[in-house]
Design a protein around this ligand. Structure first.
Ligand SMILES: Nc1ncnc2c1ncn2[C@@H]1O[C@H](COP(=O)(O)OP(=O)(O)OP(=O)(O)O)[C@@H](O)[C@H]1O
Ligand SMILES: [Mg+2]
Length: 352
């Protein structure tokens, strides 16, 4: 199966992340989008790690459960792969090459980057053509694509699109930019995703990714502290943390210390960006992922980093089906950027 296979009418987006299976189903009403269904199924510890499925049976069961809860109208699914198994690069080519010639250049690029072709899924997308062609190449280890696709198939769904996680983020961000009057398409945007295990920064100019970096930092550090402090097992701690069902000393001690630490990490990842892209000032710093759900996290980040800092909600401009619990969706939305970006692929027909 190819990466970037954008020719299907309607897909649900399913993200298999380190803490959860997240499902989003969207439809289009006029020029806007509508959330038809969504659900999040929390995974036990060490089931998915470093973007690899370690316990296939549990992932399959969890996908079945998430589908049973959301009840989407289609089985066609878009999934995302990421992490070290994925390699992406923009390359420039002369105009008027045939697809076959581009393919040869892409393969040459992979070989130069020590990617054995027989073990890779490989795809490319032509982004624009003036007097040259910008080609975005993407490769992913075949065994990772196969694992993710098999999990989806064995759960009774049909994998139709395999995307790259940061491109799904970019896709959701594009909608946020288009629907946010305070953000212009010609501004440089830093998107920081604070997940459970990894913090990433992607810097965008329009839909082009200028810079990517990551740090081994995430909310799971806080989960571990909750486990130790209150003698909880992983799932007890994870649920208590998400639903903020913890004694007062959690808020005054553990959470405050974690917020200070997180602010420091955000500041460092932004500084690393500036040390290589000094002149490309970030017009906006958008925060997403579970870390952005922490109460009052924007103020300390703003105080430390400055500029325009906000939490990004990919569904802010969407209408919501009446059967969805709106309060729960507002809380969960910042963790649904990738699933949303995947579900939005349904409306990418113009790319085919
Ligand atoms: N209100 C909150 N307070 C503190 N932590 C929270 C809150 N809400 C969610 N989290 C934490 O955020 C994490 C989940 O966020 P997210 O869904 O972005 O992670 P993930 O995508 O599974 O992780 P990764 O990207 O590292 O694979 C969990 O560790 C969860 O405990
Ligand atoms: Mg994540």
């Amino acid at each position: 199966m190819n990466l970037f296979n954008f020719r299907f009418n309607s897909v649900i987006g399913i993200e298999i992340s380190s803490t959860a299976i997240k499902l989003v189903e969207l439809s289009q009403i006029g020029t806007g989008f509508h959330v038809e269904s969504y659900a999040i199924e929390i995974l036990p510890e060490n089931v998915v790690k470093d973007n690899k499925i370690l316990k296939m049976d549990i992932v399959i069961d969890s996908i079945r459960r998430v589908v049973k809860r959301a009840k989407p109208r289609t089985k066609y699914t878009a999934i995302a792969v990421g992490g070290t198994a994925v390699f992406t690069k923009y390359i420039q080519m002369e105009q008027a090459l045939s697809n076959e010639e581009i393919k040869i250049q892409v393969e040459t690029e992979c070989i130069q980057n020590n990617k054995p072709l027989e073990e890779m899924n490989l795809d490319f997308q032509i982004l624009k053509s003036n007097n040259h062609i910008d080609v975005l190449i993407a490769t992913c280890e075949t065994n990772i694509v196969d694992d993710y696709s098999n999990a989806i198939k064995q759960a009774g769904l049909i994998p139709k699109i395999v995307d790259i996680d940061k491109f799904a983020l970019a896709n959701a961000l594009q909608l946020v930019i288009e629907t946010s009057p305070e953000i212009n398409n010609n501004e440089i945007i830093g998107l920081i995703d604070i997940g459970a295990t990894i913090m990433t920064i992607n810097v965008f100019y329009g839909n082009k990714i200028l810079y990517t970096d990551k740090k081994l930092f995430g909310c799971q550090q806080l989960t571990k502290q909750i486990q130790n402090h209150y003698n909880y097992n992983y799932l007890e701690a994870e649920l208590a943390q998400r639903y903020q069902n913890l004694p007062n000393d959690y808020y005054t001690d553990l959470l405050e210390t974690f917020k200070t630490n997180m602010t420091q990490q955000v500041s460092r990842i932004v500084q690393s960006y500036y040390s290589s892209h000094n002149s490309d000032k970030l017009s906006h710093l958008l925060i997403t992922g579970g870390g952005s759900s922490i109460a009052n996290i924007i103020k300390p980040i703003y105080t430390k980093v400055g500029g325009h800092v906000s939490i990004v909600n990919p569904m802010a401009s969407m209408s919501i089906a009446s059967r969805i619990n709106k309060a729960a969706l507002i809380k969960d939305a910042p963790t649904l950027m990738i699933a949303c970006g995947l579900a939005l692929r349904s409306f990418d027909e113009k790319l085919s």
